[in-house]
Write a protein that binds this ligand. Structure first.
Ligand code: NAD
Ligand code: ZN
Length: 360
């Protein structure tokens, strides 16, 4: 098929306080009293009674708190799946992820691995998943990644950082309740929000651009400017709009691709464990050559919000480490093709990436 036929999230609820409707959304999907709903919840909410007391637990349902100190790993998905199988009488009715991109991705991956044999690493790549995932629901608590709407779940495996991209990956239901983002720490709000901004720049400046991606991308790009540059919105308006920017930014890359910042930040993440939002910011700050207007605006936003980006994170790396990062970055071919064009290999050499990395 020359045009891709993408699945989208079939059901979404939007509104402040819509989290309170979770029980109504879940109950028609309960398979039996012995088939639990498993709530994967960011550890940060363990002591947030306002959130935990509203998670609708009945029968054998379980809350599993997950630390997001590190981003999701294939081994972590496998361990969660094993634990769920061992502790549930029947195959679960559904998996509900409550958290940022890390938890949303874990929820998607666990839902897939409950119905597919083998290990999560076997499915990193494109269209390798054979069986439909179990019912899964995403409830973002910080906005920007677009993981709530995307067709991928990004995982670090033994040899690479790569998503499980499949028609079975998107959520069956998403709950967009901007109040859930109330507690997001300021720096993280900036980094994750900039992930959205960078998605838009990479999509809008990419060679894969088309009207589908452009319309979503422009919408999200303008919202990011409104929030992070103009600063005239109230906190509530900004929360509401950022949640929609994240959605649209994710939709924009669905039908195109990300670009240079993501390719290089995957290298940082793989070697140094640098997290996605901050890693993209560290890289993007040095990409004037590829995205001059976007980087100019980004620097302004960094200044306005008084963000201190880490520097010198690659200064002491050995040549071997640099080569590992460069290898990871260069392996993401579609990202480079989108960013630079079909002949990208002529322009993007290991030497060029090394020069960029050591500036970071
Ligand atoms: P995250 O989920 O790692 O969360 C970042 C931090 O914010 C964590 O410490 C978390 O505890 C905290 N946090 C989140 N919500 C909070 C709240 N309401 N109150 C207090 N603290 C809160 O960060 P992220 O930037 O949302 O996600 C990054 C991950 O998303 C990466 O693993 C990345 O690979 C993935 N990602 C996936 C896609 C996709 O399409 N699947 C796209 C982009 C990024
Ligand atoms: Zn991203």
């Amino acid at each position: 098929m020359s045009y891709k036929n993408f699945p989208m999230v079939p059901r979404v609820i939007f509104g402040r306080g819509s989290f309170n409707q979770l029980s109504e959304l879940l109950s028609p999907n309960r398979l039996s009293n012995a088939a639990p709903f498993i709530f994967l919840v960011d550890d940060v909410f363990r002591t947030e009674i306002n959130v935990t007391s509203r998670i609708p637990i009945s029968y054998q349902d379980r809350i599993v708190y997950v630390s997001t100190k590190e981003e999701p790993k294939t081994s972590q998905v496998d361990a969660l799946v094993e634990d769920i199988i061992l502790t549930s009488k029947e195959r679960p009715s559904g998996i509900i992820g409550i958290g940022g991109g890390s938890i949303l991705d874990l929820a998607k991956a666990v839902a897939i691995m409950l119905t597919n044999e083998g290990n999560a690493e076997d499915y990193q790549g494109w269209d390798l998943v054979k069986n439909k995932a179990i019912y899964h629901v995403g409830i973002p608590t910080i906005s920007g990644t677009g993981a709530e709407v995307s067709r991928t779940t990004v995982l670090t495996g033994p040899t690479r950082k790569l998503g499980i991209n499949s028609d079975f990956t998107p959520f069956d239901q998403v709950v967009l309740d901007p109040e859930m983002t109330n507690g997001a720490p300021k720096e993280q709000w900036f980094y994750t929000g900039m992930d959205c901004f960078i998605h838009c720049v990479e999509s809008l400046k990419g060679t894969y651009l088309n009207a589908f991606s452009r319309t979503y991308g422009e919408m999200a790009y303008n919202i990011c400017k409104e929030i992070y540059l103009d600063g005239k919105l109230s906190k509530k308006e900004a929360q509401d709009k950022l949640m929609m920017a994240s959605w649209h930014g994710g939709m924009s890359i669905a039908y195109s691709q990300v670009g240079v910042a993501h390719a290089m930040s995957y290298g940082l993440s793989y070697l140094l464990g640098t997290k996605h939002g901050i890693g993209n910011c560290i890289v993007f700050n040095h990409l004037e050559e590829f995205y001059s207007e976007g980087v100019k605006l980004f620097k302004k936003m960094v200044e306005i919000h008084n963000i201190k980006l880490p520097t010198g994170i690659c200064a002491d790396l050995s040549d071997k480490d640099l080569d590992t990062m460069i290898g990871i970055a260069l392996s993401l071919e579609p990202l480079w093709e989108n960013a630079v064009g079909k002949n990208w290999k002529k322009i993007i050499t290991p030497k060029k990436l090394k020069a960029l990395y050591i500036k970071m």
